[in-house]
Ligand binder design. Structure first.
Ligand code: ZN
Length: 136
């Protein structure tokens, strides 16, 4: 039996590497770089984290509890997609601020969006019908 066969035999029924493992690997790599530039207590803490993440990586890779590991990965992917969604959302908000001005109704606090560049205009609150004048 050559090494390749031995290795695939060993890995049979084990979890292997997924997106979460790659993420941990990336974090470990960053921590390693940081640890080069730190000294004393900070360096000790970093080393501890590096050690812990390497243990975690090996543990997940060789784990036979594939169902549980896949669930962890699923959780990680869900968090990532949420972060990506928030990024898009804030980008949209920035775009909106380019073309709109946002006011708060002095009566009820309702947020009102007005297109920019119309000078002084009277705004009517859609919620409480309170009228107020603002520069758009
Ligand atoms: Zn109002």
């Amino acid at each position: 039996m050559n090494f390749r066969n031995k290795f695939s035999n060993f890995m049979y029924g084990r979890y292997g590497i997924d997106q979460l493992s790659r993420f941990i690997l990336g974090v470990t790599f960053v921590l390693c770089i940081l640890s080069f530039f730190t000294k004393g207590a900070v360096n000790s803490v970093l080393s501890l984290f590096i050690f812990a993440s390497i243990v975690l990586l090996y543990f997940r890779m060789f784990s036979r509890n594939i169902y549980k590991r896949a669930a962890e990965n699923e959780k990680y992917l869900r968090i990532i997609s949420k972060i990506k969604f928030n990024k898009n959302f804030s980008k949209e908000a920035r775009e909106q601020r380019k073309y709109y001005k946002f006011f708060k109704c002095p009566g009820c606090g309702q947020k009102i969006r007005i297109p920019k560049g119309h000078g002084k205009i009277e705004i009517r609150c859609p919620k409480c019908n309170n009228k107020f004048i603002r520069r758009s």
